[in-house]
Design a protein around this ligand. Structure first.
Ligand SMILES: O=C[C@H](O)COP(=O)(O)O
Length: 250
């Protein structure tokens, strides 16, 4: 399982760079503009320069409206700025067909410019609270639109967590569906170290966190701490070892 960490600004990205051997992907976002809030192109560029070259930089394009042209253009801005994981939050899409239309446009915009960039379709575990597309529809949306990964995060950061909205058996179904369409499965949403056993066991490919590696576990007033990134990674590695020791079929 890969570890994606979301700094909110350049300073936090420097702390991610200090902890870079413990993480896999640095994800640029702007939390004060929403769960998948988009940051400025110059911030993505600066963070790309700070993070070691062997670590991919991801960027969120926002909690986007159903406006395929607008979103495709924003996604192009993210990849031109140096991100190679482009994450789109399908906030304004109420049907799978709308989401496929948006994501097809994003895939074309991104891959025409940089074919090796990965496009991530992100739904929301708490979609029922914001009226967007069902979380379990996201793997099929990713498959139909040519995205590389299907992801879930939470839309409302009020202390409720991924498993509060999509319990582990449905997260396992999400991962199965993503893998059936040949996509990566990424899960996030106030994930804590105690969730890592389940996330590992169900075959999650990427876990995304912010709050869990901030001081006091607070994604808003806390700052990312390199030692918390290291501790989180150590827990991930422990669970991977334990999972590898489980006899096949169990
Ligand atoms: O992409 C991952 C998100 O930044 C998760 O943030 P969070 O762990 O604070 O919910």
């Amino acid at each position: 399982m890969l570890l994606l960490i979301s700094p909110a600004d350049v300073e936090e990205a420097r702390d991610c760079a200090k902890a870079s051997r413990h993480l896999d992907i640095v994800d640029v976002k702007k939390p004060d503009e929403g769960s998948l809030g988009a940051n400025f192109p110059w911030v993505i560029r600066e963070i790309r320069d700070i993070v070691p070259a062997d670590k991919p930089v991801s960027a969120t394009v926002g909690d986007v409206p159903y406006k395929p042209g607008t979103v495709a253009q924003a996604a192009l801005g993210a990849v031109v700025s140096g991100a190679t994981y482009i994450k789109v939050g399908l906030f304004g899409c109420t049907t799978p067909d709308q989401a496929v239309t948006v994501m097809r446009a994003v895939v074309r915009a991104v891959k025409d410019y940089r074919p090796d960039a990965l496009v991530v379709a992100s739904g929301y575990a708490d979609a029922h609270r914001v009226g967007c597309v069902n979380p379990l529809a996201v793997p099929d949306i990713a498959g139909r639109s040519g995205c590389d990964a299907a992801m879930l995060d939470t839309a409302i950061k009020d202390g409720t967590r991924l498993f509060d909205h999509v319990p582990p058996d449905l997260c396992a179904e999400f991962v199965r569906r993503a893998h059936d369409t040949g996509r990566l499965a990424a899960l996030a949403g106030s994930v804590r170290a105690e969730d890592l056993g389940t996330l590992t066991a169900i075959g999650t490919d990427i876990v995304g966190v912010r709050g869990a590696v901030c001081e006091r576990g607070d994604r808003t007033t806390g700052r990312i701490q390199p030692h918390l990134v290291a501790a989180f990674r150590a827990e991930m590695d422990r669970h991977s070892r334990e999972q590898a020791a489980v006899p096949a079929g169990n």
